[in-house]
Design a protein around this ligand. Sequence first.
Ligand SMILES: O=c1ccn([C@@H]2O[C@H](COP(=O)(O)OP(=O)(O)O[C@H]3O[C@H](CO)[C@@H](O)[C@H](O)[C@H]3O)[C@@H](O)[C@H]2O)c(=O)[nH]1
Length: 474
Amino acid sequence: MQIELVFIPSPGVGHIRSTTALAKLLVDSDDRVSVTLIVIPSKFSGHASSSAYTNSEDRLRYCLLPTVDQDPNQTYISYIESKKPYVRSAVSELAREVSTRPDSRLAGIVVDMFCMSMLAVADEFSLPTYIFYSSNASYLGLQFHVQSLYDKKELDVSELRDSDIKFDVPTLTRPFSAKCLPSVMLNKKLFPYALGRFKSYRKTKGILVNSVAEMEPQALEFFSGENTNTPPVYAVGPIIDFKTNGDDEKAREILSWLREQPTKSVVFLCFGSMGGFSEEQTREIAVALERSGHRFLWSLRRASPMVEDIISSPPGEFTNLEDVLPKGFLDRTVEIGKIISWAPQVDVLKSPAIGAFVTHCGWNSILESLWFGVPMAAWPILAEQQFNAFHMVEELGLAADVRKEYRRDFVVGVSEIVTAEEIERGIKCAMEEDSNMRKRVMEMKDKLHVALLDGGSSNCALKKFVQDVVENVP
Ligand SMILES: O=c1ccn([C@@H]2O[C@H](COP(=O)(O)OP(=O)(O)O[C@H]3O[C@H](CO)[C@@H](O)[C@H](O)[C@H]3O)[C@@H](O)[C@H]2O)c(=O)[nH]1
C-alpha cells in the first residue's frame, strides 16, 4: 500500500525549513510514502518566504495557499486559523485525487505545534493526526507537565512571574527555574490558549520531535513510560535543512572572508529569524566583542517595535551603523570583524574558522551548532528559548551562560539590558580551547551523527513512525 501524508507547517523559518527537511527524509527513506506539504504563506516577506516552496518533486509536492489581503492587526494564531477554509479545500482535492490512485490511501495529517486548529479539518475527513514538534522533547514534557499541574490544581505557573522558585519537571534531571519559563506561560491572557494547545496535543496519534534520544535520555524515558497519558513520541532528529542561501553574492563574500580566518578563531553571533536589538544593547555587544579580543562574524539586526504579537513584527536593518556603534569601532575592528545581516548560518557553522556561537537558542540553531561541534553561549530572547538555554547550560553543559533568563518580548518589554561584561564572559567561556564544554559538544556531535545512520536511534524511530502510520490508516 502507498500512503500519502499531508504536512501543515506554520510559516516561520524555524518551522517550515525543518518540516520540509523531515518530509524529504521521509520520502527518501521509504518509497511507500508520499507527502503533500500545505504551505501557509508568510505574513511578511523575507527569508521565511513561502515562494521558495514551489518546486514539487515526484513524491514531495507543495501546495501553496493563496496570499490574501491581510488584516495588520490580526494575531499570528488568528492568521493561521483564517487559513482553515483553504486547508480544507486543499485536503478535499487531495483526498479525491488519492482515491483515484491504485492501492493508495490518504493516511493522515502532520500538523505543526502552532497549527493545532487544523485538527478540526482532519476530523472532518476522519484522518488521524500527528504533530511535527520543531522543538525538543524536554520542552514538550514541560508543556504537558504544566498542563497537568494546572488541571490537578497543584500549581498555576502563570502566577510565577518574577518568582525565584524552582520546580521538578519529569523530562529534566535538575530543578527547573521558573525564571526560564516561556512568556506565553507567564502571561495571564495567553496562558489559557497555551493550556488548550497542550491539551490538544494529547488527542493526536503521535508526536515527531526534532531531537535525538541520546541527547535527551530523561525525556525519552519519560515518554516511553506507562501512564504518561501522552501519544507516542518519536525522536527523529536532528532534522536540519542544509540548503542555505550560500550561493548568493553576499553569502559567498561572507564564506570567502571566513576561509581567510584561522581555525576556531571567530565567534559567530546570530539570533534567529526574530532576534534584533536596540541601539543601546547593540553598543554593549560591540564593547564585549572588542574586549574579548576575538575575531567575530556578527549578524546584526535592529529590534522591531514592541508589539504584542512579536511574531508578526520581524526585525529590520540599522540604516547607519556608524551612528549606532561606539565611536571608531568599525575602523578598529576592520581587520578582525565582519558585521552582516542575514547569515548563511549552516554554511557559517560548518566553517573550520568558527570557534563559538552566541545564539538566541532557537532549537534549529542549537541543533545546527551541535551538528558541527560548535560550543555555544546562550542568550535567549523569546518563545521557548529561555527553556532551551537552561537545557543547554544547566542540564547538558553544552553552552556558556550569557543570561539564560533574559527575555525581550511583550511580557517584559524592552527595558532589560545585558551588559558588555556578561556578554564578554559568555564569549570567552565558549571560545576556550580544550575546555570540558568543547569536549562534551564534540561527544554530542558524534551522537547526533550516529542517530541518523541506518540502525541509529532516530532512523529506527522514523521507521517505527511509518509502521504506526500504516497501522493507523483509516
Ligand atoms: O541570519 C540567519 C538567521 C537564521 N537562519 C536560519 O534560520 C533558522 C532559525 O531557526 P531557529 O534557530 O530555531 O530560530 P527561530 O527562527 O527563532 O525559530 C522559532 O522556531 C524554533 C523551532 O520551533 C524555536 O525553537 C524558536 O524559539 C522560535 O523562535 C535556522 O535554521 C538558521 O540556520 C539563517 O540561516 N540566517
